[in-house]
Design a protein around this ligand. Structure first.
Ligand SMILES: Nc1ncnc2c1ncn2[C@@H]1O[C@H](COP(=O)(O)OP(=O)(O)O)[C@@H](O)[C@H]1O
Ligand SMILES: [Mg+2]
Length: 217
């Protein structure tokens, strides 16, 4: 479907804003909170140094682990800003890395199966596809608390199908509260790459998302 340029610009601006909102939230919930906590621990340690040096040493080592965890968190945020892996190792291996990282972080196990090569896609479309899949996987972990998430890539003739299915709590597409733009962004990204995203979900039955894109040539 061809969209007027002004609509595409609107969509682009909304996607950028949504991305910024997510980054701001991640920075707030992750490193900003961690650093506030670390600063409080340092106050405690400076008092302990006068009364209980041994305890101060133990606290210092705990606090150091917190600093290292915050550094890891910041590295992950940097990676999310620009998934360099797509340029370096290709989209499918980058998705593989994303799935294993998410599995490690829990609570869901993310399984990836299917074709190992994609038809040629522009770099912008590859990033759009990556972000779309990332949003669906994150939703399945965060909202559905799924035990298992399956990402399946398949090809039928010139139609590429990407399915994300979870065995979590499910939801009703009619009951999405205001102010949530992740799925809207996913639809917009699907449109941007010339595909469409179907949702099959209902409470208690898990959720399944299928993105279909026709590839020419
Ligand atoms: N896989 C899923 N399982 C259960 N609920 C989901 C799933 N994906 C989305 N949802 C529901 O749809 C809502 C909207 O999702 P989304 O647009 O991505 O916004 P956000 O993730 O910021 O809440 C979520 O708040 C959640 O209630
Ligand atoms: Mg979301």
């Amino acid at each position: 479907m061809e969209l007027p340029v002004s609509d595409l610009v609107d969509h682009g601006i909304r996607l950028v804003e949504e991305e910024r909102r997510r980054i701001a939230r991640d920075l707030h919930d992750g490193p900003a909170q961690a650093l506030t906590h670390i600063s409080m621990r340092l106050d405690v340690i400076s008092q302990l140094l006068r009364t209980d040096v041994e305890m101060a040493v133990t606290e210092l080592s705990r606090t150091n682990s917190r600093v290292l965890a915050a550094v890891n968190d910041i590295r992950r945020l940097i990676f999310d800003l620009r998934p360099l892996a797509i340029d370096e190792i290709g989209l499918i291996p980058a998705l593989g890395e994303l799935c294993s990282r998410l599995s490690k972080e829990g609570p869901s196990q993310v399984w990836m199966r299917g074709i190992t090569e994609l038809p040629p896609l522009s770099p912008a479309k590859q990033v759009a596809l990556y972000r779309l899949i990332q949003e669906l996987l994150q939703n399945a972990r965060k909202h559905a608390k799924a035990a298992n998430i399956n990402l399946t890539l398949s090809r039928d003739g010139d139609v590429l199908a990407i399915a994300v299915a979870d065995d979590g709590c499910g939801f009703s597409v009619h009951d999405i509260p205001e102010g949530h733009y992740g799925l809207i962004g996913a639809h917009e990204r699907a449109e941007f790459i010339g595909g469409n995203l179907e949702i099959d979900a209902s409470p208690g039955r898990g959720s399944r998302f299928v993105l279909r894109v026709t590839c020419h040539g």
